[in-house]
Design a protein around this ligand. Structure first.
Ligand code: ADP
Length: 541
């Protein structure tokens, strides 16, 4: 190798911690508390408090590589854990508070959590499984509701107050683990994904690019996506890099609270799953004149497909732009973003169609799709196959080496998403593999049907699933949630989508329900629909 090269400077979260103090100290962090009041702090305070946390954990006996879990809403203390825990060499493990206590106990033991930082407002939930965590040594309570820390626990604020504000980070290997996130485990047990310092920092650097998520020091970012899910899409780390003002929603995730927060805090970029934005769109449609969201530059939507009708509704009726993105816990999470390339602009309908795809890969993520034999398929925008990805922030195995069949011998991760890829690299998800509808040998895309059904004015949400069929094996059935006071029947819904589909792809049946069952991360839980309505066509035959 030639001599006279650059420094071998590790890409670590310790640098992000240093940066929030030394460069961005004046930047504000706003946290919504359970009583809806807002705490206002600065990055300078964030720096000092994260440093104190790092020192406190060392004092408590936490060693490099140990897991320190969080069980918390999105707020400044959670952000302190995001920075302070990895900076001292331990691994921050974000527990998903929407899971069942049995699953949480399984995950906490699988991760071998030794310390948990928990919100007092979540204590009743935590109390249901804390006794099951075998190697739990310390519980630090963030007294967000003001009451005293429960017996046998430590008060987070008192622990910080007792620790030194001067932090001298240990030498860290950039490939050491920094964060542990579990997939929701809709099939089988939840699996852990270990993010390294390097993967987190590289991800933040790329996610911050203008054509990826894109944040600058002029922005105000609202991560609605929970910090207990896939590092809140990396947004806290991007903001630490760029010095972006952060606004946290705390536990208030209903449309009215979010819209108020966005308007009052002059949010420019907000991010979350489609369900949240579906609610916001309905709210704005009902009373558009009431709120001024002119501050909002874009809303990043991902986690499940953002229907074209929603993207169009925001833009046409409210002048709001949606940026549609795809990712997974296993990809740190950002993989693709649906930007309309310059040379593809000009035709509104085509632009909308591109915005509704999952987009093309961000730099350093590579995509391909394969058939059931693993043969790489053509990028013709037609042929469907399983999406595989690789890159520096894509998992190369699961924590504890489970699920080895998801990793190919030639270094790709099998996403379980069924997609088309076109010549420009745009990826369109047609289904998750486990939800694919196979009707007489033909694959029918449930996502395409859902998008079309959701463009009906009476439909709030639509989930299409496979029902058993005596002749065709499986046929599509649509579960529909109507908007409040809206009316529609099966025939009018099918007529609405008929022009966009071949006859064989149209749903055989429509069931009207109050709510679509969901996973802990807000995705349609189609296995539940299949359980409940999977025999509906057999029963009728
Ligand atoms: P889990 O697998 O635990 O539910 P993840 O957040 O890791 O949680 O889920 C990743 C999956 O979510 C992807 O494999 C894909 O099926 C789905 N997904 C994410 N973003 C999108 C999107 N923009 N459109 C459609 N599906 C998406």
């Amino acid at each position: 190798m030639l001599s006279g090269r650059m420094m071998d400077f590790p890409l670590t979260i310790a640098h992000l911690l240093e940066r929030v103090g030394s460069v961005h100290g004046h930047v504000e962090v706003v946290s919504t508390l359970p009583d809806k009041t807002r705490h206002r702090g600065t990055f300078a305070e964030l720096h000092e408090r994260s440093a104190r946390l790092a020192n406190a954990l060392t004092k408590l006996g936490v060693k490099a590589g140990d897991r320190v879990a969080t069980f918390a809403w999105n707020h400044r203390q959670h952000l302190e854990c995001y920075l302070g825990v990895p900076a001292m060499g331990a691994v921050v493990h974000t527990l998903n508070l929407r899971l069942h206590p049995t699953e949480l106990a399984y995950i906490a033991n699988h991760a071998d959590d030794q310390v948990v930082v928990v919100d007092l407002s979540l204590w009743p939930l935590f109390d249901k499984f804390r006794g099951e965590i075998k190697n739990l040594r310390h519980v630090l309570v963030v007294r967000d509701t003001g009451g005293p820390a429960p017996e046998g626990t430590l008060d987070y604020e008192a622990v910080l107050a007792d620790a030194s504000p001067t932090f001298d980070p240990p030498a860290l290997d950039e490939n050491a683990a920094a964060m542990l996130c579990y997939t929701s485990g809709t099939t089988g047990n939840p699996k852990g994904v270990l993010y390294s310092h390097r993967s987190t920092v590289l991800h933040a650097m790329i996610a911050g690019l203008p054509d990826a998520i894109g944040l600058s020091a002029d922005d105000v970012v609202l991560p609605v996506v929970p910090m207990f899910h896939a590092s809140a899409w990396g947004l806290p780390y991007v903001a630490a890099l760029t010095g972006t003002r952060i606004v946290f929603p705390g536990p208030h995730l209903d449309p009215a609270s979010l819209v108020k927060l966005m308007a009052e805090e002059r949010v420019t970029v907000a991010a979350g799953v489609p369900t949240i934005w579906m609610g916001i769109l309905q709210l704005l449609d009902a009373a558009p004149e009431k709120v001024d969201l002119s501050c909002v530059r874009t809303m990043i939507i991902g986690g499940s497909a953002a229907p074209a009708s929603m993207i169009e509704g925001f833009s046409k009726r409210h002048g709001l732009e949606v940026t549609h993105a795809w990712g997974m816990t296993e990809t740190n999470p950002l993989g693709t973003v649906a930007r309309v390339k310059r040379h593809l602009r000009g035709d509104a309908a085509k632009e909308l169609a591109l915005r509704a795809t999952q987009g093309f890969a961000v730099p350093f993520v590579e995509t391909r799709h394969v058939d059931s034999d693993g043969k790489v398929l053509a990028r013709d925008g037609q042929v469907m196959g399983e999406l595989e990805v690789r890159g520096p922030w894509v998992a190369s195995s699961y924590f504890g080496d489970e699920g080895a069949d998801r990793f190919t011998k030639d270094g790709w991760f099998k996403t379980g998403d069924v997609v088309r890829i076109d010549a420009e690299g745009y990826v369109t998800i047609t289904d998750r593999e486990k939800d694919v509808i196979k009707s007489g040998g033909e694959w029918i895309s449930s996502v395409a049907l859902e998008n079309a059904l959701m463009s009906h004015p009476a439909v709030a949400e639509a989930a299409v699933f496979a029902a058993k069929h005596p002749k065709w094996d499986e046929r599509p059935v649509a579960a529909i949630v109507l908007k409040p006071d809206a009316k529609a029947d099966k025939d009018s819904l099918i007529e609405h989508i008929r022009p966009s589909f071949p006859k064989f792809a149209l749903p055989d049946e429509v069931v009207f329900i109050e709510q679509i069952p969901r996973t802990s991360t807000g995705k349609f839980l189609k296995s539940k629909l299949r359980e409940q309505y999977g025999d509906i066509l057999v029963d009728k035959a």
